[in-house]
Design a protein around this ligand. Structure first.
Ligand SMILES: [Zn+2]
Ligand SMILES: [Zn+2]
Ligand SMILES: [Zn+2]
Ligand SMILES: [Zn+2]
Length: 178
């Protein structure tokens, strides 16, 4: 009789011990998960992922490479995350022009920037958040030879409402390229 009770108690104890190890394991897994999230919330540049030498953008308070000094004046290089975001996005433009409200629904931005560039500024890789439902636009064509001009790529000239591709600009203004 007594031995049976002892057996039962022993069995129960075993069960309890097992349960204890299980919760312990769970706890360990939990703390590992916490460590993992901690590591991933370490600030890094929202554009290129670099984790050192960071600053926050003035326009939208996001972590970004503090690399503006790397930019060589008039080189038009796209090697600076900070500069790219400030100069080539609606977010940067909107903030530099001191518009009010959000750039995503700013009528002034939409009005002041030609649609093709508006879409480029709103959707390129220098954005932390891209423009949803960008407006449709007609591609731009050279008014002399009819070739399509991608405004974002540059290398064209424009006057009033007409555009000239690079080669037509060079043909028209040979003095500029001498
Ligand atoms: Zn970066
Ligand atoms: Zn911004
Ligand atoms: Zn704006
Ligand atoms: Zn042309």
């Amino acid at each position: 009789m007594t031995s049976r009770v002892q057996k039962q108690t022993a069995h129960r104890l075993k069960k309890q011990r097992k349960a204890a190890t299980r919760t312990k394991k769970k706890k360990q897994a939990k703390s590992r998960a916490v460590m993992r999230t901690k590591r991933s919330t370490q600030p890094c540049c929202g554009l290129c992922g670099a984790a050192t030498n960071l600053t926050k953008t003035e326009c939208c308070d996001q972590w970004i490479c503090d690399d503006e000094h790397q930019y060589v004046l008039f080189s038009y290089d796209r090697n600076s995350c900070s500069r790219n975001h400030r100069r080539y996005t609606l977010c940067g433009f909107h903030s530099c022009e001191e518009h009010s409200g959000r750039w995503q629904d700013c009528a002034q931005c939409r009005e002041e920037i030609e649609t093709e560039m508006y879409v480029y500024y709103g959707t390129n890789e220098y954005n932390f958040e891209v423009l949803e439902n960008p407006p449709a636009y007609e591609p731009t064509h050279c008014s002399a030879c009819g070739r399509e001009i991608v405004l974002a790529d540059g290398g064209y000239s424009s006057s009033a409402d007409s555009y000239l591709c690079g080669s037509c600009t060079a043909a028209k203004h040979p003095d500029l390229y001498r």
